[in-house]
Design a protein around this ligand. Structure first.
Ligand code: UDP
Ligand code: MG
Length: 314
């Protein structure tokens, strides 16, 4: 039987924790009793530099309940950092990450374990519909997924960070040394056999969102700029476009000039401005192309991940 570690990032979750602790304890107890996971399985809470009572609650509960363990980060590293700390720093056969607010249905974890047993290495939790979200959140989220796919970044639609991964998938994830880790786009790059489970996302029952609009936008831009060089390429394209328009404009000026004449000095000034804006834009774009190369190189992502090997002499 496999050891499961459920990793839960917590940032100022004192209001939510009592419910979360109870639900998780019951769920883990049931899974162990049903022999779905090993008895050594644990629920791991990562306190992401909370400023409220989160850590003291966790400390107390971990002493009471042998199924719980917790770690505390030195400061607030953000959701992604808290998840990674939980997964990279603790040993298990499979890792599940879920938010502390239980907006993602914890019962799906049972289904995820079954899918891992069927031979999958990554199981993504995918939200069925978004009718519990405000119109604004729904709209911005949808626009974000569309934009990402247009920019050539592969993300799983309506999947946040509720997922299960096997030990070897996590080991491979460690090979991605980038600092701006946008997990939901990196994890699919790990490959292996994967599957999805679907659930309805419920509203937060206690506490408030730790992702206000400003943080959300920063997170989205981080995702785009860490994965796509399309914005840089757009500059080059724009340069060619402006040069072309400039050339057309010059032609028109010359024709007009011959036909009616113009204010002295106007034609030469406008000609120079349009032509040079185009040239400048192209030059910027070319510099951008090289920066894009550096950007990709500097990440040092693995070029391959070997899934399996067969040998005859064994
Ligand atoms: N979280 C964290 N560090 C942060 C912000 C959030 O560990 O800096 C945790 C938070 O405690 C929760 C999860 O990340 O368990 C998701 O946050 P939240 O539910 O507030 O985000 P939303 O669902 O509103 O996008
Ligand atoms: Mg939430």
């Amino acid at each position: 039987m496999k050891k499961l570690l459920i990793v839960i990032p917590c940032y100022n979750e004192e209001e939510m924790l009592p419910t979360t602790l109870k639900t998780m304890s019951e769920l883990m107890n049931n899974m162990i009793a049903d022999k779905l996971v090993a008895a050594t399985s644990r629920v791991h809470f990562t306190d992401d530099g909370s400023t409220d009572k989160t850590w003291s609650i966790l400390e107390k509960e971990c002493k009471k309940n042998p199924l719980f363990e917790a770690s505390k980060l030195s400061r607030n590293f953000g959701h992604q950092g808290a998840i990674l700390a939980g997964m990279y720093d603790n040993d298990a056969d499979m890792y599940c990450t879920i938010d502390a607010d239980l907006q993602d249905d914890p019962r799906c974890i049972i289904e995820m374990v079954k899918k891992i047993d069927e031979g999958n290495d990554i199981v993504y939790g995918v939200r069925k519909k978004r009718d519990t979200d405000t119109f604004f959140k729904r709209f911005t989220a949808q626009a974000f997924y569309k934009l990402m796919s247009w920019l050539g970044v592969k993300v799983i639609y309506n999947h946040a960070d509720f997922r299960m991964m096997t030990r070897r998938a996590v080991e491979q994830l460690k090979q991605f040394p980038e600092r701006n880790l946008f997990l939901r786009a990196v994890v699919p790059l790990v490959g292996y056999k994967s599957d999805m489970v679907y659930y309805d996302r419920t509203p937060r029952t206690a506490g408030e969102t730790k992702y206000p609009l400003k943080k959300m936008l920063a997170f989205a831009w981080n995702g785009i700029s860490s994965f796509s060089i399309v914005p840089l390429r757009l500059v080059t394209i724009m340069g060619f476009l402006i040069s072309f328009l400039g050339a057309c404009f010059v032609l028109k000026i010359l024709l007009n000039y011959n036909a009616h004449g113009a204010v002295s000095g106007w034609a030469s000034t406008v000609t120079l401005i349009t032509l040079f804006s185009g040239v400048q834009m192209i030059s910027l774009g070319i510099i951008g192309e090289y920066i894009a190369k550096i950007f990709v190189e500097v990440k040092g992502r693995p070029l391959y991940i070997v899934e399996e090997k067969v040998k005859n002499n064994e």
